[in-house]
Design a protein around this ligand. Structure first.
Ligand code: ADP
Ligand code: MG
Length: 687
């Protein structure tokens, strides 16, 4: 540090000198000794400056060194302090040990003498030696332990070495074995390789030979193909030509097809047109034929009369009894089947009707007569067939018949079915049936759920003037089975309703109404025909004295309705302007089927036996009158007048009040009792 201080001072002095020198003006005097001196000084200065720099570096180094040394000094001092502390501790420890030792010695002294000797010896030794000894002992102990440990380790190592030696020997033996095997495998491999090589060479040789043969064949084939190709080329050329031709044709085909289609279409159209016109022609002809047929039918009916009356005489039955009362009183004309002779009270009376059936006539014979009427129903005509006559004369037998031998009702329906079936290709038909009863001027539905309910006859609300019965049951029927079911149902209804059916049915009118509705499939023309099959109440007259109460009332009702029926038929046949349909339920209900171009057939049933001749006479008179109305316009009124006034007035006083309408519409006739009918008169020369 002193050196340093000196150098600093010298530096400061040098700087001062330098400043002074700089302050002096520059003197240029070459060769002058001052300038040389100055140069020397300058050099010296720069040298000194360099020295200063060097010294400064040295100074800083020294400073650093000083610093380091100071640090080390501090460290040494610290260590010294630690050592001192350690020393104090050690001293402490030693003194403690010493104390312990003293205590031990004291305790040992208290023990046996040999021990005392040792203690003495120990006491002789200096404490230093004691310490060294104990340290060396400790070290010795430690070394011994280490030696023992090393020995142990050595022993283990030897064992390991030994086992590894064994392992090595084993491995060596294995290696030797593997090597031997390897050697053997190598030998085998070499052998195999050699044999494979041989095989390969052989195969190659064979393949080569085969390939050569094949090659030869291929060459031959190739030659053949070449020649073939040469011959095929012209064929290919022609094929190509053909193909091109076809292609051209195909291109033109749609046009050709269109043309063909057009011509075919035109042909078909023409054919259709022809067929159409043919059809039209046929249809026209058909319609004309239809009209013609209807006209012919009408003409036929007109010729026969729209209202026809036939008689049927039943055979004598067991019920007629025996004796003179049961003898036969009816005979027939063998040449004319429209004449019937009756022996009444010994006098023969003859009647002419449209047809007379003898007792031998079968149900089929009778049906044959009415068949045309029934078929006209299919053409849309309304038809009424009445069975008239006294009770027991055979009305029900003719209309209903027996199960084995059915009457008009069932046969008519069967005929309708078969006719409809025949026309099924052109027409579609729907057949329905209703059954009703008129008793004491009350109309009842026999097929309804409540047969006791009274039905009303009403005008159709559509303004057509047609009548209908609201609530009257209509059953559609398609087979005989259906009809049987309907009849059975009606019969059951009637039997449950009335305890004495026979008696009841003879006092009521039973109606079976069959409606046939048809549609012409080609023209759409619709027809509706109604067939009314009526089993009238018994026409027998009840004696004035014998009739009382309900029986009288029944008789009056029957009489009134039958008179009304006679009036209506008479009015229709004489083509009167007013027809008294409303005078009874029966005629009112049948109004549609009695008027217009409707057809009516009255079957007058006759009992042939003696005891019934007066009723038979009455029935035949009624029949002839109905029929004779048509004889001529002049005579009609007279005929009608005489009928109403004569027959019914025979017992009319009793029921006069009930029949104002009937009489009102009967012409106020002559009241004469002369029997009309030129034929009858002609046939009765003896009367
Ligand atoms: P109505 O109905 O007029 O009262 P029915 O038809 O009941 O009379 O006939 C009375 C009886 O006469 C019945 O037993 C019936 O079988 C029989 N009868 C009626 N007409 C014939 C006939 N043509 N052939 C055979 N028996 C008949
Ligand atoms: Mg009857």
């Amino acid at each position: 540090m002193v050196e340093n201080e000196r150098l600093k001072q010298e530096l400061r002095r040098c700087e001062v000198e330098l400043q002074e020198l700089r302050a002096q003006p520059a003197v240029r005097c070459p060769g002058c000794e001052h300038s040389q001196e100055s140069t020397q000084l300058r050099d010296k200065l720069s040298q000194l400056q360099l020295e200063v720099v060097e010294n400064k570096g040295m100074l800083s180094e020294l400073n650093l060194e000083v610093q380091q040394k100071t640090d080390r000094l501090a460290e040494v001092e610290l260590r010294l302090k630690d050592c001192l502390a350690e020393k104090a501790q050690e001293e402490e420890r030693l003194s403690r040990r010493l104390r312990d030792s003293h205590e031990t010695i004291a305790s040992l002294r208290a023990q046996s003498p040999p021990v005392k000797y040792v203690i003495k010896t120990v006491e002789v030794e200096s404490s230093k030696t004691k310490q060294a000894l104990s340290e060396s002992q400790a070290r010795n102990q430690h070394l011994q332990e280490q030696v023992a440990m090393q020995r142990q380790v050595l022993k283990e190592m030897e064992q390991q070495l030994q086992s590894s030696n064994q392992l090595t020997a084993q491995l060596r033996a294995q290696i030797a074995m593997y090597e031997a095997e390897l050697e053997r495998a190598h030998g085998q491999m070499l052998e195999e390789m050699q044999s494979l090589e041989e095989d390969k060479n052989r195969a190659i040789e064979e393949a080569f030979a085969r390939a050569q043969v094949e090659m030869k064949a291929v060459h031959e084939n190739l030659a053949g193909v070449r020649t073939n190709l040469l011959t095929l080329q012209p064929a290919l050329r022609t094929l190509t030509n053909d193909y091109n031709g076809l292609k051209r044709q195909v291109r033109g085909f749609p046009l050709l097809l269109q043309e063909a289609l057009r011509s075919v279409r035109a042909e078909i159209g023409q054919a259709i047109e022809e067929v159409n016109s043919n059809n039209q022609e046929l249809l026209r002809k058909y319609r004309r034929e239809l009209q013609l047929r209807k006209k012919c039918h009408n003409e036929l009916v007109r010729l026969k009369g729209n209202i026809r009356v036939i008689a049927r005489v039943r055979p004598v039955t067991k019920e007629d009894g025996e004796g003179p009362e049961a003898t036969n009183a009816v005979t027939f004309d063998p040449d004319d089947d429209s004449i019937i002779h009756l022996l009444h009270k010994g006098k023969p009376v003859s009647f002419e009707l449209d047809k007379v059936f003898s007792p031998w006539a079968s149900q089929q014979d009778v049906f044959q007569e009415v068949q045309a009427l029934i078929t006209s129903c299919i053409d849309g005509f309304n038809v009424c067939i009445f069975a008239y006559g006294q009770t027991g004369a055979g009305k029900t037998y003719t209309m209903e018949g027996t199960p084995e031998n059915p009457g008009i009702n069932q046969r008519a329906l069967q005929l309708l079915f078969s006719e409809v079936q025949e026309k099924a290709s052109d027409w579609q038909y729907n057949i329905t049936v209703s059954a009703a009863e008129i008793y004491n001027e009350a109309l009842r539905d026999l097929l309804g759920k409540e047969p006791q309910e009274k039905l009303e006859i009403r005008l159709c609300p559509d303004g057509s003037g047609q009548l209908y019965v609201p609530g009257l049951t209509e059953f559609q029927v398609q087979s005989v089975d259906d009809i049987n079911k309907v009849f059975e149902f009606g019969y059951t209804n009637r039997t449950t309703e009335f305890t004495n059916l026979n008696e009841h049915s003879s006092r009521s009118h039973a109606l079976l109404i069959v409606t046939v509705r048809g549609v012409d499939c080609s023209t759409g023309l619709r027809t509706t025909g109604k067939l009314n099959l009526v089993d009238l109440a018994g026409s027998e007259r009840v004696g004035k004295s014998g009739a009382e109460g309900s029986r009288l009332r029944e008789a009056q009702h029957i009489n009134r309705s039958l008179s009304a029926l006679g009036d209506v038929i008479a009015a229709l046949r004489s083509r009167q302007g007013h027809v008294p349909f409303r005078n009874s339920k029966l005629t009112y209900l049948l109004q549609d089927s009695l008027s217009g171009d409707s057809k009516t057939l009255m079957v007058v049933q006759v009992s042939p036996v003696e005891k019934n001749t007066s009723e038979t006479l009455y029935s035949l008179k009624f029949a002839e009158r109905v029929r004779s109305v048509e004889l001529g316009p002049g005579s009609r009124r007279t005929e009608l007048g005489s009928w109403s006034s004569q027959e019914h007035l025979e017992w009319e006083p009793a029921c006069q009040t009930l029949q104002p309408a009937t009489r009102a519409h009967s012409a106020p006739g002559s009241g004469t009792s002369s029997r009309p009918g030129s034929i009858r008169r002609k046939l009765q020369p003896s009367a």
